[in-house]
Design a protein around this ligand. Sequence first.
Ligand code: UD1
Length: 319
Amino acid sequence: MENKRIIVTGGAGYIGSHTCVELIEQGYEPVIVDNFCNSSLDNVDAIEKITGFRPKVYETDITKNLSTVFKLSNILAVIHFAGLKAVGESCEKPMEYLRVNVGGTVNLLEHMNQANVKKIVFSSSATVYGDINPVPFVETMPRSAVNPYGSSKIICEDVIQIACKYQNVKAVALRYFNPINSHDSGLLPEKPIGRPNNIFPIIELSASKRRIMSVFGNDYDTPDGTCVRDYIHVCDLAIGHIKALEYLDKIDNGIFEAINLGTGRGMSVLQLIKGYEKAKKTNVFFEYAERRQGDIAVSYADASKAKKALGWKTKRKPI
Ligand code: UD1
């Protein structure tokens, strides 16, 4: 395993921890770098329970000195999840988002350069398609940000492209659509610290605490009036990272590829709620509320590049 060491920044988080499980199951050794600002050691315990292997953890901020981490031998690649991800908060603290997301990525690439690590898989987002493109979103479309979080992802992609061109790095930026659900063991639920922003943990809270949630808008130009998203099971998403690592072995240094990870199908908020109720045999309590500022009506992926380049497509129903 030690010959297949992968640095996973943000590896204790929601997507990061699922990816660590998948890495271990595929014979890699994840090494977690996390400051636990939106995650906890519980996820590391869960990774160990599920796989029988406890990853090494470096508790540190992605913007800080990472030399100790990069002193490790046999680092094959980096998977970079660490960053801030709340859209609303990014509008209140835009510079904080740039400092952590962009500054953290620059810092990471500097350490990679010093340690001669040339492969990176970056956690990008469908948010880079902004509100200017028709669905389905294709990787060649122009990017556009509608908030500082989106800007930070676009800038990170650009920063990584510069590292590809001038530091001989090769990179895959995975543009995630909407990851939901969790590992079958039930040990890795999405547990944001503080109030959740994304819909799935909000649905779970509504069901478990019998709390009324808001469905933001039912007057969109969609079949049932609620927003449509491309919800993808987080375990499928995790597998996409392993495929991206394998893909990096097939391309030359200097290459940067952006690849969508989605199902290619849209599901409305109402369909998601109904699907959850059916799958978990429970009730979700909701009321219609005003549209949420900044939401687009419909978002789903053209998932053909992932299939062609990575040999990856989703296998699970998201719910
Ligand atoms: C959001 C971000 C996106 C980010 C992604 C990943 C916005 C505008 N976009 O995507 O940039 O990459 O998270 O973290 O925030 N909904 C409700 N009630 C709720 C919460 C959500 O009806 O209480 C609806 C939303 O209006 C949306 C859908 O559920 O239609 C999904 O929302 P969410 O999980 O926040 O994801 P996105 O908005 O698609």
